[in-house]
Design a protein around this ligand. Structure first.
Ligand code: M5T
Ligand code: MG
Length: 609
């Protein structure tokens, strides 16, 4: 098995700086710009105060120590203390401001992402694994936080520091400063070399992390199959390879880091050595005071700190840029069907008439899935759609729920073209009973009303009674307050189905859509129960039933036979049988399950899905 869950997009490694991305990020920071500005101001002040310290020491040495007095000690000490207190206050305020901005930006982005996800078309979710989308909302947003709190401003601080120190060095003694800066090209060369090596190491690290995660996610969710087919050994071998590659990549990152620090330390030590020799001579020549000499050495030490950390920052920037890019790519993904500005309101209650007028529709331009479908379903009428797999039944439902807009024709609900109506109102009038009912974590009652407060407890119970779900619910220890686990793992398939029915009924939609494939894998007793509740759920309600088993649709007022996106026959069960057309063939095929003498050999063209 190969890791098809692995996605190249996830290990794209961005540049450390991308002006377009940063420009977009700034839009998010704008609402908090005064906080940000204040943080930057404080940052500059903190740098300045840090640089003042060696200068104070210099004063103490030159004024007092060198002359064997303590006259100026008191004010220098006092000043030093003030500097320390200010440093504390400013640093504290700066971090606080930064974290505030960063947390707010993160929150804004998360909300925007989630809202965006809510508007994405259903086809988008077919193409994007849940895990990836969740990663956008979690890990990638965290990477952003790092960019704001640890990355961007720290680099600014480092730059301030380097520039500030360089200026002071020149102020103290330009000759000595020149000698110090002469070491710069060596350092620049080393840093560049390390940056490239580290970039590659990080890239490998991320690549292998992504691969291992994808492999693990896929093979853990497919554990049933793995155990069924006894693939544990081969799986373990492959996992071991992935994991080993990750280990190697991690080690190589560590190697780079381990080498970088001592190398910088060595350059720094050599520089210090040269300064001691040359500076010492300057002191002897009284060109430099002892205080200046000490301050100079301290400043040079400060100079190397940011340099040493630059590789770390570089890494943070890089992964943050990549995360930003992924977030923005997701945000740029076009949303599903949108309401137009002049979308009309549907009445609170409708009669429930559904019209399809010459509907033509294609998921991908050119491949028509529905080729001019027209029908009218009167209020309260129960209509079934049947047809071979791929005929377009599910598509029809998707269109009525307006998950997609059609290319030609019109779909009307009580005469109102749904393309011009507000989407959520259209869906409120339509109930959908899915083949694979989804259960949320929460109680039975919460699952029925889906946290809609307008549905009363009594309505919840009524709905459950109507579909016959109350029997099993009442047997549960906590009844309606019984807690369900994720995806309803503590319920049987039939129970989940009944619960989903109750949910559809509780919302009391005028039009009910039933995807009947649901009853495929349950025992005949439960099936009869579900069949029975389906009848009750669709009674006196406009209903559209998509069924594969014709037994389900026999009792419908009308059956419409779809074939390759076109209506080929319609009528009642008996009428259609009398026609001896496609429906008849389908019906014959299904009689094969039943020992009956009616069975005649049929062509396999219309195999039941
Ligand atoms: C009809 C294509 C599908 C088929 C045709 C849902 C869906 C379908 N299709 C897409 O390209 N994208 C989609 O998201 O449309 O498909 P259907 O409407 O699903 O057919 P059905 O419901 O009658 O079939 P079945 O198997 O459920 O009985 O060409 O590729
Ligand atoms: Mg279908």
């Amino acid at each position: 098995m190969t890791s098809i869950g692995y996605n190249e997009e996830d290990d794209v490694i961005g540049k450390a700086y991308d002006s377009e991305l940063v420009g977009r990020l700034l839009q998010y920071i704008r609402p908090y710009s005064w906080r940000m500005a204040l943080a930057i101001l404080l940052l500059v002040l903190v740098t300045a105060l840090t640089l003042v310290q060696p200068l104070l020491v210099q004063q103490a040495i030159d004024r007092d120590v060198a002359n064997g007095t303590t006259d100026d000690m008191w004010w220098i000490s006092a000043l030093y203390l003030v500097v320390l207190v200010l440093l504390f206050v400013f640093t504290y305020a700066e971090s606080l401001l930064l974290v505030q901005v960063s947390q707010r930006v993160m929150n804004d982005m998360r909300l925007e992402l989630f809202r965006h996800l809510q508007r994405m078309s259903i086809s988008f979710y077919d193409a994007n694994p849940v895990g990836r989308l969740v990663t956008r909302l979690t890990n990638d947003i965290v990477a952003l936080d790092q960019l704001l709190t640890a990355g961007a401003l720290t680099i600014l601080r480092d730059v301030c520091m380097i520039v500030g120190v360089a200026i002071l060095l020149f102020v103290i003694d330009w000759k000595l400063a020149l000698i110090t800066l002469a070491m710069m090209p060596v350092l620049a060369f080393l840093m560049r070399w390390f940056a490239i090596a580290m970039r590659n190491a990080f890239r490998r690290q991320r690549l292998h992390t992504a691969r291992m995660n994808a492999f693990a996610a896929e093979h853990i969710s497919g554990m049933l199959l793995i155990q069924m087919f006894g693939r544990q050994k081969t799986d373990l071998v492959e996992f071991d390879e992935n994991s080993g590659a990750l280990q190697a990549a991690n080690m190589s990152v560590v190697h780079q880091f381990a080498a970088f620090e001592p190398v910088v330390a060595m350059v720094s030590a050599i520089t210090t050595g040269v300064i001691i020799v040359v500076g010492g001579q300057f002191v002897l020549d009284t060109e430099l005071t002892i205080g200046q000499f000490v301050a100079f050495l301290t400043l040079v030490g400060m100079y190397y700190n940011p340099v040493r950390e630059i590789a770390d920052r570089f890494n943070i920037l890089q992964s943050a840029m990549a995360a930003l890019e992924r977030i923005f790519t997701l945000l740029d993904e076009p949303e599903g069907v949108k309401d137009s500005a002049e979308a009309v309101d549907l009445p609170e209650k409708i009669a429930g008439q559904v019209d399809f007028e010459n509907v033509r529709f294609a998921y991908t331009p050119g491949t028509w899935v529905l080729k001019g479908v027209s029908f009218r379903i009167a209020p309260g009428e129960r209509v079934a759609f049947v047809g071979a797999t791929g005929a377009g039944k599910t598509s029809l439902i998707n269109l009525l729920l307006r998950f997609y807009d059609i290319q030609e024709g019109a779909i009307r609900l009580d005469g109102v073209n749904i393309a011009t109506a507000k989407q959520h109102q259209v869906r409120r009038h339509i109930g959908l009973v899915l083949q694979d009912p989804f259960i949320f974590t929460g109680t039975i009652e919460e699952n029925i009303r889906l946290r809609d407060e307008s549905i009363t407890t009594e309505q919840v119970r009524q709905a459950a009674r109507l579909v016959g779900a109350d029997r099993f619910i009442n047997q549960l220890p906590d009844g309606y307050q019984h807690k369900l686990v994720e995806r309803g793992a503590n319920l049987s398939t039939g129970q989940k189905q009944l619960l989903a029915f109750a949910r559809s009924v509780a919302f009391d939609p005028e039009v009910m859509l039933v995807l009947d494939e649901a009853t495929a894998n349950i025992d005949s007793e439960t099936e009869a129960l579900i069949q029975d509740s389906l009848e009750r759920l669709t009674a006196k309600r406009t209903s559209i039933i998509i069924a594969h088993r014709l037994a389900t649709v026999r009792g419908c007022d009308r059956i419409i036979v779809l074939n390759h996106g076109e209506i080929v026959e319609q009528g009642t069960h008996d009428e259609l049988l009398a026609l001896r057309g496609r429906y008849f063939k389908l019906w014959l095929l299904q009689q094969r399950d039943v020992p009956a003498e009616v069975v005649a050999p049929a062509s396999g063209e219309l195999a039941p899905g």
